[in-house]
Design a protein around this ligand. Structure first.
Ligand code: SAH
Length: 287
């Protein structure tokens, strides 16, 4: 997006200056009637320009505008459902996600309602998408994989750190009624509360704050899902994990390779297993 804007800006700043000079030159040479025609053309261009500035048409760039219109005109609930089916078959089942309850959850949650309206047409594509404030909604496969790895049961209580759009929380809420989720950015925490209610995920508890400390009042948890990359596993989260509990967390530096780690607590002992290299947004700390 930003590179497109830079290109447009560069184009604008390279307006054909010599033409402007030659215009003035020709006006002087060709007389009054030619001047009137040029004036009318200029007025017409001015009208077109002003019409483009009217409310509702002020879109950031032509590319973005065409993306929006195709999203709004062509997409119906049925077409989103079709895309979701395709996503489950081509991105999840084919890559080894086999847990039927996870596949059902991924087939149910309307991912397009958890991304910015201008990106709805890309909601079911095989990748992450920006959600504002420099954050992203994870790739569908990663959401499904992390959910499958924690082996959630209907009676389980789960904590998510990094609510973001609320999509992962909604997927978890398809598997258990006891979902707690924390988001450090106040604006995201505010908007996600509303979005989860509007989409019917009323059982999800959202708290704004630094997830490093977990949610002691609601602990212990059968499972913890962390969706931002931490340099190390926060000790309070280990403490809040139940005996027999599972945590999945990306660990590593924001600028180097990170690994998705599966953490288990068995007979008071912590074991960790590195699952795959990944790339997540950084785990932030409150000041
Ligand atoms: N699970 C999200 C993806 C979130 S991206 C979804 O489904 O959309 C990671 C999120 O973690 C960001 O929103 C970021 O603000 C949040 N985050 C980063 N550090 C955090 C922390 N210490 N505590 C809580 N949230 C944090």
């Amino acid at each position: 997006m930003s590179s497109t804007r830079i290109e447009l800006y560069t184009g604008d700043s390279k307006m054909p200056q010599p033409d402007r000079y030659s215009l003035t030159g020709r006006i002087c040479k060709t007389g009054k009637s030619y001047f009137t025609v040029r004036l009318l053309i200029l007025l017409l261009l001015l009208c077109i320009f002003l019409a483009g500035e009217l409310p509702g048409s002020g879109l950031p760039s032509p590319t973005f505008a065409s993306g929006l219109s195709s999203a709004t005109a062509a997409e119906s609930p049925d077409s989103f459902q079709h895309k979701r089916r395709k996503m489950v078959a081509e991105q999840l089942k084919s890559r080894g996600i086999a847990d039927q309850s996870v596949l059902r959850a991924m087939d149910t949650v309307p991912r397009h309602l958890f991304v910015p309206a201008s990106l709805r047409h890309r909601a079911y594509m095989d990748g992450p998408l920006p959600i504002g404030h420099g954050q992203t909604i994870s790739q569908p496969f990663i959401v499904a994989y992390m959910t499958e790895m924690i082996r959630l049961q209907p009676q389980h209580q789960v904590l998510e750190i990094g609510t973001g759009s609320g999509y992962q929380a909604a997927v978890l809420a398809e598997l258990t009624d006891r979902v707690y989720t924390m988001e450090i950015i106040p604006e995201l925490a505010d908007s996600v509360g509303r979005r989860l209610k509007e989409t019917g995920y009323t059982s999800v508890d959202v708290k704004q704050g630094d997830g490093y400390y977990g949610w002691p009042e609601a602990a212990p948890f059968d499972a913890i899902v962390v969706t931002a990359a931490a340099e190390f596993i926060p000790p309070p989260l280990l403490q809040q994990l139940k005996e027999g509990g599972r945590m999945i967390i990306p660990v590593g530096s924001p600028f180097y390779v990170q690994y998705l780690m599966l953490v288990e607590k068995k007979q008071g002992k912590i074991t960790t297993r590195s699952l795959m290299p990944v790339r997540f947004v950084p785990f932030r700390r409150s000041q």
